[in-house]
Design a protein around this ligand. Structure first.
Ligand code: CP
Length: 316
């Protein structure tokens, strides 16, 4: 595996291997995090053309815990502001001797295009509405750990709720969680449904109340107001009334159900309860899992046992 662009490129065996490696990296817990030299002498660039808190910082932490050098690029303070193109930016970073680039962009397909502009390994850290593969890996990690599963997610019912249409997390999760054996129910207003191709493995519903009491995982999504065009929902109030997690719905969750959200959250829109008041909230566990899971991805792509780049040297 040289790049991680999409969950579709991972076999079930690949996914389970990454989750096992992440479990190894997570074994020391937050007090004694794993520190290894798998990426000693390697350079990892975090190349974020779109805002991020969790993904960028956890990738950078993951790379440092594996002893890589980290180059941080943020669009707001870069020469993009002087008219430099994305391609020139990638080629410039590549010329600095980068072994891996972790790329986020608001347009679908930019990480894939980047594979043609550099020999570095490319990790998709979220592209447009398309994919967010490491989010899905860390979500699978959290669910598997919660339910004591080591060989997939068979028998787990997951409802993914909210603005599916604009969500790269929904597209990645319906694929990856589904292929691990989870039963995925997609719940949204009809105007915010996933395209039929992406939803083909899942049950489609427009009624959260029908499912809230019977799921193992209630996975809430952010309403992506920045991507919403006029008329998709009648009003935020109407949306929240039908699709938010509020105190009444929270009280109907089963005692063993967990609540997840990839963040950032819109409090008062899709989340009308404080996660701190929900014993089943695993939202901060998702954030914490981002580090060992992203360590596993980086170690697999550019660590000592990864395949060398054509020509025998990595990166440039
Ligand atoms: N879940 C997620 O991608 O969060 P950030 O936008 O903060 O990286």
């Amino acid at each position: 595996m040289k790049h991680l662009l999409s969950t579709a490129e991972l076999t079930r065996v690949d996914i389970l291997a990454l989750l096992r490696l992440a479990t190894e990296f997570a074994a020391g817990g937050r007090e004694r995090p794993a520190r290894r030299d798998d990426l000693a002498g390697r350079v990892v660039a975090s190349v974020f053309f779109e805002d991020s808190t969790r993904t960028r910082l956890s990738f950078e932490t993951a790379a440092k815990r594996l002893s890589a050098e980290v180059l941080g690029f943020t669009a707001g303070s870069s020469s993009l502001n002087k008219g430099e193109s994305v391609r020139d930016t990638i080629e410039t970073l590549s010329a600095m001797g980068v072994d891996a680039m972790v790329i986020r962009h608001r347009s679908s397909g930019v990480p894939r295009s980047a594979t043609e502009w550099t020999d570095a390994s490319i990790v998709n850290a979220g592209d447009g509405w398309h994919q967010h593969p490491t989010q899905s890996l860390l979500d699978a990690f959290v669910i598997a750990r919660e339910f004591g599963l080591t060989d997939g997610l068979d028998g787990i019912r997951v409802a993914i709720v909210g603005d599916l249409r604009h969500s790269r997390v929904a597209r990645s999760n319906v694929d990856l969680l589904g292929r691990l054996g989870a039963e995925v129910i997609l719940v949204s207003p009809p105007s915010l449904s996933l395209d039929a191709g992406a939803a083909c493995r899942a049950v489609v519903s427009h009624d959260l109340d029908e499912h809230v009491g019977s799921v193992d995982v209630l996975y809430m999504l952010r309403v992506q107001r920045e991507r919403m065009t006029a008329g998709l929902i009648p009003s935020m109030e109407e949306y929240s009334r039908r699709y938010a997690l509020d105190a009444s719905r929270a009280s109907r969750l089963s005692a063993t159900a967990i609540v997840m959200h990839p963040g950032p959250m819109n409090r008062g829109v899709e989340m009308r309860v404080d996660p701190a008041d929900l014993p089943g909230s695993r939202i901060l566990d998702q954030v914490a899992a981002g580090i060992p899971v992203r360590m596993a991805v980086l170690a697999t792509l550019v660590g000592p046992t990864s395949a060398p780049a054509p020509g025998g040297s990595r990166g440039h």
